[in-house]
Design a protein around this ligand. Structure first.
Ligand code: KG4
Ligand code: ZN
Length: 340
């Protein structure tokens, strides 16, 4: 089964053609990052307008790269939640138009479910059940993936997402938006022991996260130093911050795996590109004899190949939509799309 998939939940307009959920025939991503960088973050109105301009060309390119016409496509999948509402609406309406014009089924896909599915094309042996740490710019979840479309969130952030914390800390270190990747690079050359930062804990919950205190601590250290005319060594600060975030992320993730008996650990979301996070989870799994999976770097950030991959399993579960499909700015990953 060949799925044409579309993603427009934030600042990337993307389209792909994916066969049977595992084989990527094409994947095109048009990013708007350079424009949003001027403002230090995503400007929703600009994002919607750029999606509008880009979506036609991106979809045409994805079909061309796959050497396919619409007649070779069996279904249309689209990210419908969660995300920036004006951005999502562009992809959803485009997909609805295509489905209506071609008579093909329309498959709504949850953005975080698709991040999890970004592992499937490269790791063809990977099947649920497994435990997944989904870490992106907007979410930090520990998810029990019981089946392809059956998920349970057992841990979540109470405030900032891990990616958001990386971006805000990076910004205070003078790095461009989105700073997570720059902070990660700088941290490779720094000493993670050089700064003492708080170790975040959430009272009353074994698996929940909190990153805002950690973020504020690093911002305060930078402000206090600059008031005294001192410039802190960025590489060391980045390494200390990255270690604190990764310590927190992995501590709860590994505890959940032990408590619940999962021996297959998976990373997903933009922050799964983080070098230390990948090393830490790989080392732990090697030591324990567990299976460890993370997406290739090309599929860590937002893309449509992962939407086509998850879309296949949503289709097999009967999750298709009619032309009344709407976009949703928030939606639990646990909730499957049920048409009326
Ligand atoms: O999944 P994603 O592309 O978009 C959302 O769905 O939010 O995640 C983007 C986030 C940004 O916060 C970005 O800074 C972060 O992922 N990120 C990283 C790295 N690469 C991207 N954070 C830490 N280390 C990285 N190497
Ligand atoms: Zn994302």
């Amino acid at each position: 089964m060949r799925i044409l998939s579309i993603e427009s939940s934030c600042d990337e307009t993307a389209a792909a053609v994916v066969e049977d959920g595992r084989k990527i025939l094409s994947s095109v991503v048009a990013t708007q990052i350079s424009e949003h960088r001027l403002y230090g973050g995503v400007v929703p109105e600009i994002a919607s307008r750029r999606h509008c301009e880009a979506i036609n060309g991106v979809v045409e390119q994805a079909l061309m790269d796959a050497s396919a016409g619409l007649c070779d496509i069996d279904a249309i999948a689209v990210t419908y939640a969660p995300g920036l509402i004006g951005a999502l609406l562009v992809g959803v309406n485009f997909a609805k138009g295509l489905a209506l014009a071609t008579g093909k089924p329309l498959i709504p896909v949850h953005h975080l479910r698709s991040h999890i599915a970004s592992n499937y094309p490269q790791h063809t042996e990977l099947e649920p059940p497994f435990l997944c740490l989904v870490v992106s710019g907007g979410h930090s979840h520990i998810v029990e993936v019981k089946d392809y479309t059956d998920m349970k969130v057992i841990g979540r952030t109470r405030d900032d997402a891990a990616g958001e914390a990386f971006d805000k800390a990076a910004r205070s270190m003078g790095m461009p938006y989105p700073g997570g990747i720059f902070l990660d690079k700088a941290a490779e050359n720094g000493d993670p022991q050089s700064f003492t930062l708080p170790h975040p804990r959430v009272d009353g919950s074994a698996y929940d996260y909190s990153f805002s205190g950690l973020k504020t601590a690093v911002i305060n250290q930078i402000h206090n130093a600059s008031q005294k005319g001192i410039e802190l060594p960025t590489d060391d600060l980045a390494a200390s911050f990255r270690k604190a975030v990764v310590d927190s992320l992995t501590e709860n993730f590994f505890r959940a795996a032990e408590d619940l008996g999962y021996k297959k650990l998976v990373l997903a979301g933009g922050v799964s590109a983080n070098r230390l996070l990948r090393r830490r989870v790989q080392d732990y799994c090697d030591k324990k004899g567990y299976e460890c999976y993370y997406p290739p770097l090309s599929l860590c950030g937002d893309n449509a190949a992962m939407v086509g991959s998850q879309g296949y399993y949503e289709f097999l579960s009967g999750h298709t939509a009619g032309s009344d499909l709407n976009a949703r700015p928030t939606l639990s990953i646990e909730q499957s799309y049920l048409s009326n």
